[in-house]
Design a protein around this ligand. Sequence first.
Ligand SMILES: [Zn+2]
Ligand SMILES: [Zn+2]
Length: 377
Amino acid sequence: MGNDTSIAAAAAMAANYTLFETALPPLPEYTLEPQGDLLSWISDFWLSLVVPVVVYWILSLTFHAIDVADIFPQYRLHTPDEITKRNHATRYEVARDVILQQAIQVATGAVLALTEPPEMTGKVDYDIAVWATRIRLAQRALPTILGTLGLNTTAISKNLADSYPILAGAVAGGYYPFLTSATAEPVFAGWELKLAAAIYHILVPGVQFLVAIIILDTWQYFLHRLMHVNKWLYVHFHSRHHRLYVPYAYGALYNHPFEGFLLDTVGASLAFKATFMSLRQGIWFWSFSTIKTVDDHCGYSFPWDPLQLITSNNAAYHDIHHQHWGIKTNFAQPFFTFWDTLLNTKYTGTRSNKPSAFRKEADIAANKAAQAAEKDN
Ligand SMILES: [Zn+2]
Ligand SMILES: [Zn+2]
């Protein structure tokens, strides 16, 4: 763009703007171009399919190494003995079914990525300017709002005009007649553009992630609970995941393939589509959900694991659901516990799954045994 006619049009518009002090800064022109790939050696399409799988195995095999080498016995939720004795699936069966679920996940992800419109770039400045325009228009309400508080914004603005002209302009309702470009067009104040950029780069993606998390949590809670309420569904599908009474990291996606598809793959895809994420945002979201579910099954309650600290839905919480005495509680997964709280399905028993409590119990038992042995002597 940027030919002679558009320059002439811009000049004509600029001339008009000077006539109205309420004129808004013009939006920049933009040219859309297809977005290049994030990495030179792999397309974004393949990246979106591969990263969640790679992340799953890197993280879960790290936990596996910690388990096998027994590096943190003090943080274990169960003894290594329990893993072999109480689980009703072999490690081979678990790994095999996880790989099958991931194959289905990759195939679904491919369909999803192919139905996305091609990613374009070149519109960032324009989109930020749109937010800046909204910020400018929101300021128009300030005199009325402050007026209801008994403040005379015209007087305040006049007082501020010399020392704080920008603040005076905002208080007056977003009028900055002194801010103009070289061609005398109105322009945005620096703070308006900074705030607009923060909304565009941080707030909007943050809200998308939060809404996606809520959608996935909601989807999983109700289907998971249904799987426990309906005996047929439990026996045919969900009971497979519960063969692991003592969960370990790479057993996180050990499911009947149909259940894995319905709860994990469809749930995460729905959350992605409903929040209009870009494919790159999707890579983050799917990888994060994967990391969270692996962490929830890791078998350890670490005091320094950030994922176990940000929400009370963590490995200890989900471990209760894997026990025969807690299986009818703690359905919420993978991020928050609000559905369990709202619908009264949170475990309220006395059994703590914190390793500190385990150790205390073990200490008490050891003391009792020692005392009994002393008496016998
Ligand atoms: Zn369950
Ligand atoms: Zn589980």
